[in-house]
Design a protein around this ligand. Structure first.
Ligand code: ADP
Ligand code: MG
Length: 168
């Protein structure tokens, strides 16, 4: 488990962008955290690094959006539980076979439908709590594809990673 700390929305976008060089076709990134945590901000940073020129917004009302970049990016938001059926109707299996990057916000409900390998990112309001813009990204590589990239994850995020739980 890695802990990455940011203190601005730009920093969260940079953290996401730093991940781009180690992405492989078909990677799935699961984002959870309360409304306003920064899940969409993370996807925006990743999209920019992938060379997506279109503006990435929250797909809450559209459920899924796709963008062209170095790798195609599918951005899903499973905000309501009844979205799950709709997401499955979106041919998730097909999206998973697209050799694209898939980012799923609130994706925990989708876990049973996912491949074994995914990067789980939980975004929490950070410490110190009196700083509104502080966030902690708790990152857990799941499955061999991501576990084997653990060192790479540490390397790209050294600037933001803390091994201790104390404040910066
Ligand atoms: P979510 O998709 O999780 O609901 P958004 O990414 O849409 O959240 O919104 C996050 C909000 O929090 C934005 O208004 C952003 O400017 C703000 N924010 C403040 N600090 C941070 C931070 N460190 N990381 C990400 N977003 C931040
Ligand atoms: Mg969002």
């Amino acid at each position: 488990m890695l802990h990455v700390r940011t203190r601005s929305v730009e920093a969260t976008r940079q953290v996401a962008a730093a991940l781009e060089p180690i992405l492989l076709p078909g990677d799935v990134i699961l984002l959870s955290g309360d409304l306003g945590a920064g899940k969409t901000a993370f996807v925006q940073g990743l999209a920019a690094a992938l060379g997506v020129t279109e503006q990435v917004t929250s797909p809450t009302f559209t459920l899924a959006a796709s963008y062209e970049g170095r790798l195609r990016l599918h951005h899903l938001d499973v905000y309501r539980l009844d979205n799950l059926a709709e997401v499955l109707d979106l041919d998730l299996p097909e999206l998973l076979e697209d050799h694209a990057t898939i980012c799923i916000e609130w994706g925990e409900v989708v876990v049973p439908e996912l491949p074994r390998d995914f990067l789980r990112i939980r975004i929490q309001l950070g410490h110190p709590e009196d700083i509104d813009d502080a966030r902690v990204l708790e990152i857990e590589p799941v499955g061999s594809s991501w576990v084997s990239r653990n060192q790479q994850l540490e390397d790209v995020w050294t600037e933001w990673t803390t091994t201790e739980t104390g404040d910066l």
